[in-house]
Design a protein around this ligand. Structure first.
Ligand code: PLP
Length: 353
């Protein structure tokens, strides 16, 4: 792998006391090209613009997939990745579904580890803060006919992220629009999934909701995800999350919460969950908590869920007694090397320098 370090670090521009997510990207980026059926020209170089032909397939037919992950520091400023092999496997599941070449493990992992090591000063050091890492794969050539590209580029960029604090969410159960359909690409991190959710999300925002609770596209009666988070409901003393299928993205945070919660003695169920079951849970008082989870927020709990114009309020529980808040802390403790790591999820980054 070639390494070209920057002569002008921009790190002095970062205000670590007031991190604006996505405002500044760390000094370097990783690129690797897929040409003539082979991965080549892996390089770490200064973050900057890239140039592609206007014919590149990514611009016309949307061959693009991505990942989202984080690097964390502990009290001694040692750096840890959280389950990166899961992101590696998932980007390749996405790539296969979009008829793109898979990325070899050494290209993904060596690029990732070396890049984050070089930019380790960009990782904020406080609890809850992190460096958000964005690997992505795009089609870089084409001939304007609707056929898969021959050439691709895999890249990794990163940006400092502050403690994610958002007020409890107001959620709307969606009955018209869909994020995904059976047989489609909902289980992948395809760029187009996001593009198609922007419009219904803006409509929901204008109605006063933070996010949509997506339901199945054919009947709108089964719960799938919320925004770009997986969801959990604490109903009848069980943590229930919709079973992953091809409409639902299999989240690494979700998987981790399931393992953690089970280990902590909670009853966890992965199964189909209907809207009517949730509404009934509100009415009987058996629905105690509901929350979304993903790499960005870790966990964000819901305050209200709206269905057919009716707002249902979740019980007001103090934070200290919330299962969602407890599980979030357990997960963050593991990510920041503040507790044991019984599942071996942490990967400590060696210093190559
Ligand atoms: C990325 C994503 C998630 C969360 O996945 P994590 O691996 O936990 O970050 C959930 N739903 C959708 C649609 C996503 O794109």
């Amino acid at each position: 792998m070639k390494i070209e370090k920057t002569f002008q670090s921009r790190i002095g521009k970062v205000d670590f006391n007031n991190i604006a997510f996505g405002n500044l990207y760390s000094d370097h980026m990783f690129c690797s090209e897929f040409k003539n059926g082979q991965w080549k020209n892996s390089i770490i170089k200064p973050f900057g613009n890239i140039m592609f032909s206007p014919i590149s397939l990514v611009f016309h037919y949307g061959q693009a997939v991505f990942e989202g992950m984080k690097a964390y520091k502990d009290k001694n400023e040692e750096v840890f990745l959280f389950r990166p092999e899961e992101n590696f496997k998932r980007i390749n599941r996405s790539a296969i579904r979009l008829e793109m070449p898979t990325i070899p493990e050494n290209v993904f992992m060596n690029g990732l580890k070396k890049l984050i090591d070089i930019d380790r000063d960009w990782i904020p050091k406080n609890y809850g803060q992190s460096l958000y890492i964005r690997p992505f794969l795009i089609a870089t050539n084409g001939v304007l006919s609707a056929k898969p590209s021959k050439d691709y580029m895999f890249m990794i960029i990163s940006t400092p992220a502050d403690v994610y604090y958002k007020h409890p969410l107001k959620i709307k159960i969606e009955e018209k629009y869909s994020r995904s359909a059976s047989g489609g690409v909902g289980f992948t991190k395809a760029a187009g999934n996001y593009a198609s959710s922007f419009y219904p999300t803006r409509l929901a925002n204008e109605e006063g909701f933070d996010q949509i609770l997506w339901t199945d596209s054919s009947t709108h009666t089964m719960i799938e995800e919320s925004g770009t988070m997986n969801v959990f409901f604490y109903l009848k003393n069980k943590l229930i999350t919709p079973k992953a299928n091809d409409n639902i993205l299999s989240g690494i945070t979700c998987k981790s919460i399931i393992s953690l919660a089970k280990k902590e003695g909670f009853f966890v169920e992965k199964r189909n969950l209907s809207v009517s079951e949730i509404i009934k849970g509100f009415k009987t008082g058996e629905l105690k908590e509901a929350f979304g989870c993903g790499t960005a927020a870790v966990i964000n709990y819901f305050e209200t869920i709206s269905y057919k114009g009716n707002n249902f309020f979740l019980p007001k529980i103090i934070e200290k007694k919330r299962i969602s808040v407890y599980l979030k802390k357990r997960l963050l403790d593991i990510q920041h090397n503040r507790s044991e790591d019984p599942f071996r999820w942490r990967i400590q980054l060696k210093r190559y320098k």
